[in-house]
Design a protein around this ligand. Structure first.
Ligand code: MN
Ligand code: MN
Length: 458
């Protein structure tokens, strides 16, 4: 058989030289810094806006008119960001890459603080799809904001500095876990058991631990208990992103879904050269709970951003936005599930991604017979193949897992519903949604190169 008839899949590391390896490692050092600075959607959105401003981007709300070459952004409620570099002809469509900056975590309830059995605790309500047992007995950091009734905003970040205290959720000692062992794994730790330990010294007046903690918080942040009502406080893993393996070929970190594709998206968007189409980068919130709400991808604020580009170029007319969308191409930049060597039976190996084998394309996602999937058109998959193959981007095409064993989705269908050609394209991950997700440095860098090639394509 002729050699190139066969689609030979080989590990990406085998094809690179020492210089390329160094570029990959340097890039990932910066990525690791980003992960350590941005553990919440608010922190990521502010980081992204700072980076955009430093690269000449301007808030669209501050400009009257827009022309070719302009670099603009819109930050939505400190939680999501849209950015654009205006090309030659907006109506001929956009090159869009969309990722999300929220990750699974434990949110504090509106009335979080109480004491029980001589310990001070925070009640939590988990956000996104977590395996609850993974969140006990690990160090947790508290990130977020408390907004007082007078609108004064207090930013909180405790547990990231080595001198900071951390928080943690308890679990039963094995000696007394006989009943827990008999439960199914999904029920072994219940949602209402995810209460974080936050103190143990009682108030000398009335022996209340809760009141002692409240007075500490009052002294440090000038807040009262009622101020928790208007807060968004998130418990996230306190550990730092690390190099994984003797060869340091992987990154292990919290929140790589989907901050890995978000970082690649941002870097590719800023570094793309000689562009002709209008490039748009989306950094969405609320993907992990269904893309709902006014900061999620279903929100019409994205349509508003595109309409404003048309308005301020004086080229808007009824349905112009629909025309823009129908001419647009998009990569939905979200992570995929790589084959886990310990749990290979959930993957169908001919149609699975392996870490180190390049950026992953998912033609469709969904569950139970592709339900909920936007399913990219073959013609569009060919377009993306062409971009990747002509730029020597190593990619793999796969599915989430075996048929009928589960499923999932991304923001892809939301943009596809607008008329945009969309395909999922991201970094394969092991231990997705756990407090410590794994990605290959090769794939992280290859996704960046792939996104950049997409932005640079006509
Ligand atoms: Mn995701
Ligand atoms: Mn996810």
């Amino acid at each position: 058989m002729e050699k190139d008839i066969l689609n030979k899949k080989e590990c990406g590391w085998l094809k690179i030289n020492e210089d390329e390896k160094q570029s990959i490692f340097n890039y990932c050092n910066s990525y690791i810094e980003f992960l350590n600075k941005c553990k919440t959607e608010r922190e990521a959105s502010n980081y992204i806006v700072d980076k955009l401003k430093n690269n000449g981007f301007i808030d669209i709300n501050t400009v009257e008119s827009v022309k070719t070459g302009d670099k603009l952004y819109m930050q939505n409620r400190n939680k999501s960001v849209y950015a654009a570099i205006i090309g030659d002809d907006l109506l001929s469509g956009l090159n869009i890459i969309g990722s999300h900056i929220d990750s699974p975590r434990l949110d504090l309830k509106p009335n979080p603080l109480y004491d029980d059995a001589k310990i001070g605790l925070f009640k939590t309500h988990y956000y996104g799809g977590i395996k609850k047992y993974q969140w006990t007995t690990i160090p947790l950091a508290l990130h977020g904001v408390i907004v007082k009734a007078n609108k004064e905003k207090v930013s909180i970040c405790i547990g990231e500095d080595d001198n900071d205290p951390i928080f943690t959720i308890t679990d039963i000692l094995p000696h007394l876990a006989q009943n827990q062992y008999e439960k199914k794994i999904g029920k072994a730790i219940e949602g209402e058991d995810l209460n974080a330990v936050v103190g143990s010294i009682p108030n000398s007046d009335n022996e209340s631990i809760k009141e002692n903690i409240l007075s500490l918080l009052n002294k440090k942040y000038d807040i009262k208990e009622i101020d928790f009502y208007s807060s968004e406080l998130e418990l996230v893993p306190a550990f730092k992103a690390r190099n994984l393996g003797f060869d340091e070929s992987m990154v292990a970190a919290y929140g790589q879904d989907d901050r890995v594709c978000s970082y690649d998206n941002l870097m590719a968007f800023i570094n793309a050269k000689n562009i002709s189409k209008t490039n748009v980068a989306i950094f969405a919130d609320k993907e992990e709970i269904g893309s709902v709400g006014n900061t999620g991808m279903c929100s019409e604020t994205f349509d508003l951003f595109i309409s404003e580009l048309l308005n301020k170029q004086n080229i808007n007319y009824p349905n112009a936005i629909n025309k823009v969308y129908c001419n647009s191409k998009m990569l939905s930049a979200d992570v995929g599930a790589a084959v886990d060597p310990n749990y290979q039976d959930v993957s169908e190996k001919n149609n699975s991604s392996y870490i180190g084998y390049g950026v992953e394309l998912n033609k469709y996602t969904g569950a139970r017979g592709k339900s909920g999937a936007s399913d990219a058109n073959a013609e569009f998959v060919a377009d993306i193949r062409n971009i990747f193959e002509s730029n020597d981007i190593k990619y793999q095409v796969s599915e989430l897992g075996k048929v009928d064993i589960g499923g999932g989705g991304t923001i892809a269908y939301i943009l596809a519903n607008k008329g945009i050609d969309v395909i999922d394209c991201g970094v394969p991950i092991i231990s997705m949604h756990s407090p410590f997700e794994i990605a290959s440095k090769f794939d992280i860098y290859e996704a960046y190169l792939g996104y950049k090639a997409f932005f640079e394509n006509e």
